[in-house]
Design a protein around this ligand. Structure first.
Ligand code: PAF
Length: 286
């Protein structure tokens, strides 16, 4: 496995094009969720490129850019073990030699949910994702379903801007007790970690309601009740949407996303589950 720090090193390492190249983009501090992306990439491509770059453009002025966990040596050891071929770990100056004047705008996808609480965040994500797609030139790019809105935005950018790459979503990896894996879990004190379980438990309650054929409002309420029972979680949002992130109304049937974001102490966490809303319980009553 080779570690490349500059665009020139990357370009030279990519010179021989394999039949199928995959990219997994990360901000480092790798956990099982990232490694699952790399394993999935390994099974689907001849060459796997992993990028490690903490992208300043996607952090707000009061967010955790400076304290975001960084562990390049640890990350490299983990990537070696799962069989990545190339690791691109550039500096900020290498990615942004000049402060960008022209950037990608996520439009209405960037204004809701995460976008409403982190203005500009998705614009920053899409800008760096497009740059890294240009630099790595992959056939397939893999992203975790855990960042569901990011995945929706990347898919839409790729479609709207005719970027020639397949985008593959990979299911969220969870701890044994249900907590979604996240680099930010490292910030949690033990009592905060226990409280953070309310996020995945709320989503699980929503799923049970959906599987039982509940209407959208009852699915939302089932999740909201669990979340409200944990005072140490300050929710930013709990939303039930269609797969394109539009809110679903009464009578909606079909695939849906139940998304949650909340703060536990100083740590902000997100999670989501995919559901199928059948409304079968109500239908049976009528
Ligand atoms: O999901 C992440 O880690 C980041 O948002 C990404 C896609 C690597 C862009 O910086």
């Amino acid at each position: 496995m080779r570690i490349l720090r500059t665009r020139a090193e990357l370009a030279s390492a990519l010179a021989d094009r394999p039949p199928r190249r995959a990219v997994v983009m990360t901000m480092g501090a790798l956990h099982e969720g990232h490694l699952e992306l790399v394993r999935t990439a390994r099974a689907r491509a001849d060459q796997v490129v992993v990028t490690i770059f903490v992208n300043p453009l996607q952090f707000g002025p009061t967010e955790d850019l400076d304290r975001y966990p960084r562990d390049l040596d640890g990350d490299v050891a983990k990537l070696e073990a799962v069989g990545a071929d190339l690791v691109f770990a550039p500096s900020v100056d290498e990615v942004y030699p000049r402060s960008p004047v022209i950037t990608v705008v996520a439009g209405r996808i960037g204004e809701v949910l995460e976008g409403a609480h982190r203005p500009g965040h998705l614009d920053g994500v899409l800008t760096v994702v497009l740059k890294l797609l240009h630099l790595v030139d992959p056939d397939v790019a893999l992203f975790g379903q855990k960042d569901a809105q990011q995945l929706v935005a990347v898919r839409r950018m790729v479609a709207d801007l005719d970027v020639g790459v397949e985008v593959l979503g990979v299911p969220t990896v969870r701890e044994a007790d249900g907590l979604a894996m996240s680099s930010r879990n490292a910030y949690l004190a033990p009592d905060e970690r226990a409280a953070a379980l309310a996020l995945s438990r709320a989503l699980a309650a929503g799923r049970v309601a959906a599987d039982g054929g509940a209407e959208p409002d009852a699915v939302h309420r089932a999740a909201a009740d669990v979340l409200a029972a944990e005072a140490r979680v300050v929710p930013d949002y709990l939303a039930l949407t269609d797969p394109e992130l539009a809110p679903v109304g009464p009578g909606y049937r079909g695939p849906a996303l139940l998304l949650v974001a909340g703060r536990v102490g100083a740590t902000r966490l997100i999670d989501n589950v995919m559901l199928e809303l059948t409304g079968s319980a109500e239908d049976e009553e009528h």
